[in-house]
Ligand binder design. Structure first.
Ligand code: IMP
Length: 196
């Protein structure tokens, strides 16, 4: 079965291909469909954005499509930055600026009240519009300063539960094992195994 990933990111496509290999799925990225228009992520929820992207790409390509949306939710900030994680410090903000804003907003929040979680929603859609979603979460807490140099986004300030190193202090495979994206992909893999 061929599935188009609603992303031009070949690395993301390769990671998904690895996880879904056992299900005889062949992942193609939007790099193979250069005319596919960019989808505006304006739904206000993770599943709203993922479903919108997957449905639009399925309609355009005439093939089953997969899309994801992810971010970090902080309990003390009522779930912010959430779906706005990529642009928390403003549109086009760098990872550094977003992390700086988050540390600033959390400056007076004591240890023990710094719970946070990464969220990933993956949507699978067929050209007719039918779709379903798969979720993954990585629970943990926020530090007070950046630690580590690998990963991206909020990794340097996120301590996964039960660990004393941030995601940015872990190897890629250590982080993958704990990550929200991997957990959502495993849910999807289970569904495809049942379906195919
Ligand atoms: P996207 O919509 O999946 O591209 O991700 C939205 C934003 O969430 C990213 O720009 C990051 O700021 C944040 N994010 C999502 N996943 C991760 C992660 O695994 N580590 C660090 N930050 C992440």
């Amino acid at each position: 079965m061929e599935i188009v990933l609603a992303s031009r990111n070949r690395k993301k496509a390769e990671e998904i291909q690895r996880i879904l290999a056992a299900q005889s799925v062949e992942i193609r990225s939007l790099a193979d469909f250069p005319d596919c228009p960019d989808v505006v992520e304006d739904a206000g929820t993770f599943d709203g954005n993922a479903l919108k992207k997957a449905r639009e790409v399925a309609a355009f390509t005439g093939r089953t499509a997969l899309a994801d949306d992810s971010g970090i939710e902080v309990a003390a900030l009522n779930g912010d930055p959430g779906v706005y994680s990529a642009r928390y410090a403003g549109s086009g903000a760098t990872d550094e600026a977003n992390v700086e804003k988050l540390l600033f907003e959390m400056r007076d929040v004591p240890d023990g009240q710094r719970a946070a979680r990464f969220v990933c929603c993956i949507a699978l859609a067929v050209p007719g519009g039918d779709a379903r979603t798969f979720w993954g979460f990585a629970e943990g807490s926020l530090g007070r300063e950046r630690k580590g140099a690998s990963g991206f986004g909020y990794d340097p300030v996120f301590y996964p539960a039960g660990h004393d190193r941030t995601f940015a202090e872990m190897t890629a495979s250590e982080k993958d094992e704990l990550s929200h994206r991997r957990k959502a992909l495993r849910q999807l893999a289970g569904f495809l195994k049942f379906l195919l």
